[in-house]
Design a protein around this ligand. Sequence first.
Ligand SMILES: [Zn+2]
Length: 157
Amino acid sequence: MTDWTNWYKLKEKLLSLSNSNDWSSAENEWILDHIYYIEKWETYETCSCGHYPIQEVCVIINSENNNTTIVWNVCIKKFIDQIDSWNLFDWLKRISRDLSSWPSKELIEYSFLKWHITEYEYNFCKSRFGKQNFYWKQMKFRQTINQKILDKIQKFN
Ligand SMILES: [Zn+2]
């Protein structure tokens, strides 16, 4: 697999937005704030490493000074791993293809953390993990929850 990340450039950019001048401590200042998925190529973004175009965007925030910047889902894995953003986008694509599929645990945890879904919806999904049987009414509710998640993460303009 080709490594598209310009790691040197990425570190430079993040260091310039960090409080610490030393990467080994500066990298700990950054956390994942939220993610979004860009649908239209006209609005694709550029990663902090300079890589363009990116569709799977991670917005990261500096916990010391509140600076924010965007990083591609591939590049973020080089320094942040609290939430597996790689998986989040995979699961997002899955529910986008099939609204009736169950959202994954990661996606549910993330969506609840960001208040994209209610506590009731969160508990509903959690209680259903690993169970095969469901009623039609539950299926409709699942579709509603999936749509809410998609509406919050997909970006159309
Ligand atoms: Zn990058």
